[in-house]
Design a protein around this ligand. Structure first.
Ligand SMILES: Cc1cc2nc3c(=O)[nH]c(=O)nc-3n(C[C@H](O)[C@H](O)[C@H](O)COP(=O)(O)O)c2cc1C
Length: 197
């Protein structure tokens, strides 16, 4: 979906393998008219450490992965929309429960309170998806107005089968290929367009 006017997307990523696609996704979003600001969990920032300077140049904004110190000015333009993708089991549950120790989870929690259109794409393995808190978190976020792209029959993902500690890197590459970045950008664009019509 192409946006008519330049619109700011706060793209938040946590530490799951699709995060390695983020430069390509930013370019795709920019081509569709988004001004992208990139926020990362501390673990995702550690994974992308060699690319952080390049990602700041690509977006034209500082990449953020920590809260500002008191008194520091706001460095990003306000969000017209938030896309939290990939969102890990950890970050999804923290967000649903309002546990905002990471900057991006705090910003995503505030986005709900501010009524900013927000889309989330969980990336979890089957074992995490069977944990009772997972469905509760998805439902809590959906009932708060977040579009959670997850589950069969939607534009979202099914859980993947990787096992903690066994070949996660390799499975992650496969998972990254299947991750519905295009659908996520389409949905967030459609939400902003609907809000303007
Ligand atoms: C190679 C690798 C792949 C991982 N893949 C996932 C994943 O797909 N989903 C998930 O919820 N956690 C995954 N994890 C675990 C998270 O990185 C871990 O829970 C981390 O603490 C999440 O922190 P964050 O939510 O603050 O980014 C993976 C870890 C590693 C090392």
């Amino acid at each position: 979906m192409e946006l008519m006017t330049r619109t700011t997307l706060h793209l938040f990523c946590s530490a799951a393998p699709p995060v390695f696609d983020v430069a390509q996704v930013i370019e795709q979003a920019q081509a569709g008219g988004w001004d992208v600001c990139l926020g990362l969990t501390p673990d995702a920032a550690r994974w992308l450490e060699p690319s952080l300077d390049g990602l700041a140049v690509l977006t034209g904004h500082p990449v953020r992965f920590a809260y500002d110190r008191p008194g520091e000015p706001e460095i990003w333009p306000p969000a017209d929309a938030v896309l939290f993708a990939p969102v890990t089991f950890n970050s999804l549950n923290a967000w649903a429960l309002g546990l905002t120790s990471s900057f991006v989870v705090g910003a995503a929690a505030e986005a709900i309170g501010r009524g900013v259109p927000t889309v989330a794409v969980p990336c979890v393995n089957a074992a995490f998806a069977r944990h009772p808190q997972f469905e509760r978190s998805v439902e809590a976020l959906r009932s708060a107005g977040v579009s959670v792209l997850y589950g069969y029959g939607e534009n979202g993902l099914a859980p993947h089968e990787s096992v903690q500690g066994q070949g996660r890197g390799g499975q992650g590459q496969e998972q990254a290929g299947a991750y519905p970045w295009g659908a996520a950008l389409d949905v967030v664009g459609a939400q902003v367009a609907a809000g303007r019509s």
